[in-house]
Design a protein around this ligand. Structure first.
Ligand code: B12
Length: 267
């Protein structure tokens, strides 16, 4: 379908029939209600290759065995790990998130989908993490206190390792003291915090305050992320940067390294 845009420009707009996978089409039609989300996911899946749509469908279905098999065969067939991560795993998890939000599915189903996501990530992790280059910097990463969500954090870690960073993963439910101890122990110039709950987001700010109290704030650049986090929130709590996804996380970490080099030069 073609729609008109101001200035006479034509931009193709995907329709549900442009999506090859029938299961995905049905999921969008049955569970998505908001027009912006219908448009976003229709567009996203219409441009994803059918094999990626099949992986996403298995993930939404919580079928980790099929995700495992299809991911392995896509990689063997030459598909890039990044394409699988974005067009299959993250896209599929997006639909799961909406179904969970709207109470169409509950924690046990989401856990099955998370397990399926991990089955796919197990194959792509060694590829994205294996940069084969000299380590360029050290990062400490963790999900904040009270929060057990780790899928997004783990994707960021994979990408950081792939870009050449040494990453110390503190896991989930990480206290302020644990962040401080790890930064000191590993002499890490960069700290990344993840939060997925509006109730745990303030723990990022509390951790930053704890670094200030210990007189360590100047020693470390702090980046934050997670679905509910915004640039405004990140600025407000006094972080050094916010990243909306794993690519942005890597870009931020690299930018911090450059800034560190510049500070060193002008000292
Ligand atoms: C999977 C999931 C779960 C799984 C988690 C499994 C796991 N191992 O992680 C389980 C079932 C355990 C779970 C539990 C709960 N969940 Co939950 N969950 C989700 C869900 C569906 C997907 C999250 C996800 O993995 N997304 C995919 C990843 C790839 O995206 P991401 O995490 O955003 O990460 C990306 C970016 O944000 C960024 N990023 C992430 N971290 C960082 C860090 C840095 C430094 C940077 C730069 C970038 C960055 O890069 C990542 C990659 O692109 C979300 C829905 C959603 N839309 O987010 C709800 C969601 C987060 N959960 C929610 C809730 C309410 C809960 C529970 C309270 C439910 C309950 N009643 O028990 C519990 C809380 C448990 C706890 N204490 O943490 C709510 C939160 C609502 C809110 N406003 O706070 C959400 C939004 C669902 C909803 N209602 O809409 N959940």
């Amino acid at each position: 379908m073609i729609s008109s845009f101001p200035g006479g420009k034509k931009k193709p707009v995907a329709t549900i029939n442009d999506i090859a996978n029938e299961f995905i089409r049905e999921e969008i039609e049955e569970f998505l209600e908001r027009p912006d989300e219908i448009a976003r996911f229709t567009e996203m899946f219409a441009r994803a290759r059918p094999a990626m749509q099949d992986i996403a469908a298995a993930l939404i279905d919580g079928d980790h065995g099929t995700v495992d098999e299809l991911t392995a065969s896509a990689l063997a067939g030459g598909t890039e790990a990044l394409e699988i991560m974005d067009d299959a795993l993250i896209a599929g998890m997006g639909i799961v998130g909406i179904k969970f939000r709207e109470n169409f599915i509950f924690v046990p189903e989401v856990l099955a989908c998370a397990r399926a996501m991990k089955a796919g990530m197990t194959h792509i992790e060694p590829i994205l993490s294996d940069s084969g280059i000299e380590p360029i910097g050290t990062v400490v990463m963790g999900t904040v206190k009270g929060d057990l969500h780790d899928i997004g954090k783990n994707l960021c870690i994979m990408m950081l390792r792939g870009a050449g960073f040494v990453v110390h993963d503190l896991g989930v439910d990480t206290s302020e003291d644990e962040f401080i101890e790890a930064v000191e122990q590993y002499q890490a110039p960069i700290l990344g915090m993840s939060a997925l709950l509006t109730t745990t987001m303030p723990n990022m700010g509390k951790t930053i305050d704890a670094f200030i109290d210990e007189d360590l704030r100047e020693e470390v650049k702090i980046m934050v992320g997670g679905a509910p986090v915004t640039q405004a929130f990140a600025d407000d709590m006094g972080s050094d940067g916010y990243g909306k996804d794993a690519l942005a996380c890597v870009a931020l970490a690299k930018q911090f390294l450059e800034e560190e080099d510049e500070e060193f030069l002008y000292e």
